[in-house]
Ligand binder design. Structure first.
Ligand SMILES: Nc1ncnc2c1ncn2[C@@H]1O[C@H](COP(=O)(O)OP(=O)(O)OP(=O)(O)O)[C@@H](O)[C@H]1O
Ligand SMILES: [Mg+2]
Length: 459
């Protein structure tokens, strides 16, 4: 680029130099014209003087005077023309022209007075004319040399400018070709980078899909294992611990009955405390068992289990709870029933922990395409985008919904309550359709299996 600018400046300067030389040539030509005019006028003056001498006709005298005046004017112009260059030559020329004019004037006056022009006058005139002509020739030659020099300069200036212009054009062309090549290269590079980025993106997406799948499988596995362990623990507690506690209570009853009346008063207080402790143990065992395995859910179905859960929630809190549940049990798989039950359990736990709500409503609708459940509170709500929310309760709900291929919608904002809406498809997961088997119900000491406060509920 700097080279291009340099060439452009050089080309401009060379063209300017050519133009200047041309201008100078014009000026020199003008000056030469003035010199030629002086020459002609002097010749005219000389001819007029000769004519006057031969004919004595006053018209020649008048013509001489006119020429003499023009000569003076032309001398002034020539004097102006050469103020600096050729100044000594000009002064000399003017001096010689003036001498010639003066000589001719004197001749004219002699004729006027009736005198004949002698040889001496003619010789002096010839000398004056020769001297003038020599000076004129010298000046014309110099002017011609100057002109030639100017023309050469002008031609060389234009020639150089032409070369510069050609070079400039070639350089511009090369630059253009270079720019196009560079642009092409950049485009190729950009395309290559885009391809690489696309490939990398695809790889990352594959990785993320793979990891997500792995994590989802792990979460599903953990949820299932947790539920299976809870079930196992509930059975163990019911079968083993329940049997032990019941046997201990029966033994305590037997001892009380068999004791002689005199010793009975002695141990009555301790025996009553023992029986109380055993009843407390049995109740506690029943509560834990129910939390681990919501017996109502398995025995009487989801709707009954939810009603019991809602009743228990009502008792625990000073919150008005509205329930809109269907009258009949929908036909659902065990897995779906358990998931819906756990979702409501988690939502209640959260309301209890954070919401400070006055009203809660639970609705469940069965449609031809699926089952929709929503739990809504009018509490403090929360900011869904807050990074602090990476907890397990809502994540667990999300995962359960995802596992069954359903939809989850959490609608909340600070001071705007929370509405959790879950829709599961009608044929959602689970191999076993829930069978409401009242006869299957495991009867435990202490009465019907109810739902109690959760000690290890999710959340
Ligand atoms: N009904 C609600 N009202 C107000 N805030 C809620 C409600 N439900 C959830 N939150 C907010 O959302 C957060 C995340 O709830 P989530 O159940 O996932 O976790 P957690 O209850 O804090 O912990 P975890 O359930 O793992 O024991 C809560 O910490 C709470 O700030
Ligand atoms: Mg929670």
């Amino acid at each position: 680029m700097a080279l291009l600018i340099g060439m452009l400046v050089a080309s401009y300067m060379q063209a300017s130099a050519g133009l200047d030389a041309l201008k100078q040539f014009g000026i020199s030509s003008l000056h030469a014209g003035h010199l030629d005019r002086l020459n002609l006028l002097l010749l005219d003056a000389q001819s007029a003087t000769r004519g006057y001498a031969l004919t004595e006709d006053p018209a020649y005298r008048t013509s001489f005077q006119a020429s003499a005046k023009k000569i003076q004017d032309t001398i002034l112009v020539i004097n102006q023309d050469h103020q600096t260059e050729q100044r000594p030559n000009t002064i000399e020329l003017i001096k010689k022209a003036q001498a010639l004019v003066t000589h001719l004037e004197r001749g004219n006056r002699m004729i006027e007075r009736g005198m004949a022009l002698d040889k001496a006058w003619i010789d002096r005139g010839t000398m004056a004319m020769d001297a003038y002509k020599m000076q004129h020739t010298t000046m014309r030659a110099e002017l011609l040399t100057d002109n030639l020099k100017n023309v050469r300069q002008s031609v060389s200036g234009f020639e150089n400018a032409r070369i510069s212009t050609v070079l400039l054009s070639i350089a511009s062309l090369m630059l253009l070709v270079l720019a196009i090549a560079q642009k092409q290269k950049k485009q190729e590079l950009r395309e290559e980078i885009n391809h690489m980025l696309e490939a990398e993106n695809e790889r990352l997406e594959r990785d993320v899909r793979h990891r997500t799948e792995e994590l989802t499988n792990l979460a599903t596995y953990l949820t299932e294992v947790r539920e299976a362990e809870k079930l196992h623990l509930a059975r163990e507690m019911h079968d083993e611990l329940g049997a032990l506690l019941t046997a201990a209570k029966l033994d305590a009853d037997w001892i009380e009955r068999k004791l002689p009346p005199e010793s009975r008063t002695l141990v009555a207080q301790r025996l009553a405390r023992l029986r109380q402790s055993l009843i407390g143990g049995i109740t506690l065992k029943r509560r834990i068992t129910n939390d681990l395995r919501p017996a109502l859910l398995y025995d009487l179905g989801l709707i009954n289990a939810l009603r019991a859960l809602i009743d228990e929630f009502r008792q625990g809190e000073e919150i008005e709870v509205k329930a809109d549940l269907p009258e009949t049990e929908p036909e659902l798989s065990e897995a779906v029933s358990l998931s819906l039950f756990r979702i409501v359990q988690e939502a209640f736990t959260n309301i209890r922990k954070y919401a400070r709500a006055h009203h809660v409503s639970v609705t469940l609708h069965v449609t031809s395409t699926g089952i929709e459940i929503s739990i809504e509170d009018d509490g403090v709500g929360f900011d869904l985008d807050s990074p602090k929310l990476a907890r397990h309760g809502l994540a667990g709900i999300k995962h359960r919904v995802f596992t069954h291929g359903g939809e989850l919608d959490i609608d909340t904002a600070p001071d705007a309550g929370v509405k959790i809406r879950v829709v599961l498809p009608a044929d959602a997961g689970g191999e076993t359709r829930h069978q409401h088997r009242a006869g299957d119900r495991r009867q435990e000491p202490g009465g019907a299996a109810g739902l109690n406060r959760a000690s290890d509920r999710p959340g």
